[in-house]
Design a protein around this ligand. Structure first.
Ligand code: NDP
Ligand code: OXD
Length: 322
C-alpha cells in the first residue's frame, strides 16, 4: 500500500461526470511532492490530507482520519451536501477569474440575443426577408434583474452595465453595488421582479432557493417592458427551476422565452419537452466550465497557504448552504 503512515497530505480527487485524468495530471504537476489520486484503492486512508470533489459518490470521504479540508472543483457546492456523511472539515469553493469571465460571456450572449431579437432575424434570413425593426429599444430601456449578487452575479452586472442595461440585483443580505438597484430578502423580491424584463438566475441551490423559478415568480415579472415579454435565463442550478412550470408559462404567454444551462436532472432527458420547445434555448451546463488548468492552481495555492499557517479562503457557510 502506497502512502506511508507518516504521510498525511496526499490529495484525493473524487470526481464523477467529468473525466478525472486531466485533474490528476494537473494536480500532480502542481503538487509534485505528494500523491494526487482519483481512487482510494491502494493508498493508506491515513495519508489523505485533502479532497477535491465534483459530484463525488456519497461516503467517498468516510474513514479518512487525517482529512483537513474538502475543496469543491466548482463554484457551486450543492453537490457536496448530497453526501450525508460529509466530514466535519472546512469546505472550500472555487472563486476563479477564468470561470467568472466565462459566465459573464454566457450572460451577455443570451441577454443580447433577446434584447437584439436575434431569433427574429435568424427566421427572416431563412426566408430571405429584409425587414428592419424601427422600434428597437436602447439597452438603457431594458431592465435586467439578476437573482444572486455574488461573485458571478456582480461580474455579470458589470458586463451588462458596460453595454448600458438598466440593472437590478437580488441577494439574501442587503448589498450596495454601484450602478445596480439592489433588493434583498423575500420581502423585496416582488419589487425586484416587477421591474425586471430579463431575469438572470445566478443563485446557489440551497434549501431556501430550491424551486424558486416557478409559476408564482414568473407571474410577478414586468409585463410592460420594451421587449416581447418576460424572459428567464438560468445558469445557477437545475434544482432552482420547476421545468413543468417553465413549459406551461411559455405556452400560456407568462414567459416569452427561456435560456437554460442547468436542469432538474442532468443530462437532460431526450424526452424532455424543453429540447424542442421553439422558445427555449439549451446549453449543456457549460456556461462556466471549471478548467483544470486554472481551478487546480487555485486549490494547490490554498493548500500551500493553509500549510504555511494562513487562513483558507472562500469557505462555505454550512448553515447557509453556499
Ligand atoms: P456566491 O456565493 O458568490 O453568490 C451567491 C449569491 O446568491 C449571493 O448574492 C447570495 O446572497 C445569493 N443568495 C443565496 N441564497 C439566497 C437566498 N435565499 N435569497 C436571496 N439571495 C440568495 O456564488 P457565485 O456567484 O460564485 O455562484 C453562484 C452559483 O452559480 C453557484 O452556486 C453555482 O450553483 C452556479 N454556477 C453555475 C455554473 C454553470 O456552469 N452553470 C458555473 C459556476 C457556478 P448574499 O450576497 O446575501 O450572500
Ligand atoms: C460550478 C459549475 O458550480 O460548473 O462551478 O456548475
Amino acid at each position: 500500500m502506497s502512502g506511508t503512515a507518516g504521510e498525511t497530505n496526499n490529495l484525493l480527487l473524487a470526481i464523477t461526470h467529468w473525466p478525472s485524468g486531466p485533474w490528476v495530471k494537473r494536480f500532480s504537476e502542481l503538487l509534485p511532492e505528494r500523491r494526487c489520486v482519483a481512487e482510494r484503492a491502494g493508498i493508506d486512508p491515513a495519508s489523505i490530507g485533502y479532497a477535491a470533489a465534483w459530484k463525488h459518490e456519497p461516503g467517498a470521504f468516510a474513514g479518512l482520519p487525517n482529512l483537513k479540508a474538502v475543496f469543491s472543483l466548482g463554484a457551486g457546492v450543492d453537490h457536496l451536501f448530497r453526501d450525508q456523511h460529509l466530514p466535519d472539515v472546512p469546505l472550500i469553493r472555487i472563486v476563479d477569474p477564468d470561470l467568472t469571465l466565462r459566465m459573464g460571456e454566457w450572460v451577455a450572449l443570451h441577454v443580447l440575443r433577446y434584447h437584439r431579437e436575434y431569433d427574429r432575424y435568424a427566421a427572416q434570413q431563412k426566408q430571405a426577408l429584409w425587414r428592419e425593426n424601427y422600434d428597437q429599444p436602447a439597452a438603457r430601456e431594458v431592465r435586467v434583474g439578476i437573482l444572486g449578487l455574488g461573485v458571478l452575479g456582480q461580474h455579470a452586472a458589470r458586463v451588462l452595465g458596460t453595454i448600458g442595461f438598466d440593472l437590478a440585483g437580488w441577494s439574501r443580505s442587503p448589498r450596495e453595488v454601484p450602478g445596480i438597484a439592489c433588493f434583498a430578502g423575500d420581502k423585496e423580491l416582488p419589487a425586484f421582479l416587477a421591474r425586471t424584463d430579463i431575469l438572470v438566475c445566478l443563485l446557489p441551490l440551497t434549501p431556501d432557493t430550491r424551486g424558486i423559478l416557478n409559476r408564482d415568480l414568473f407571474s410577478k415579472l414586468a409585463r410592460d417592458g420594451r421587449i416581447a415579454g418576460p424572459v428567464v435565463l438560468n445558469a445557477g442550478r437545475g434544482g432552482l427551476q420547476v421545468e413543468s412550470d417553465i413549459v406551461a408559462c411559455l405556452d400560456d404567454g407568462t414567459l416569452a422565452a427561456a435560456t437554460l444551462d442547468v436542469f432538474e436532472t442532468e443530462p437532460l432527458s431526450p424526452s424532455s419537452a424543453l429540447w424542442l420547445h421553439p422558445r427555449v434555448s439549451i446549453t449543456p451546463h457549460n456556461s462556466a466550465m471549471s478548467a483544470p488548468e486554472a481551478v487546480a492552481r487555485q486549490v494547490a495555492e490554498q493548500i500551500r497557504r493553509f500549510e504555511a499557517g494562513l487562513p483558507l479562503e472562500n469557505l462555505v457557510d454550512r448553515d447557509a448552504g453556499y
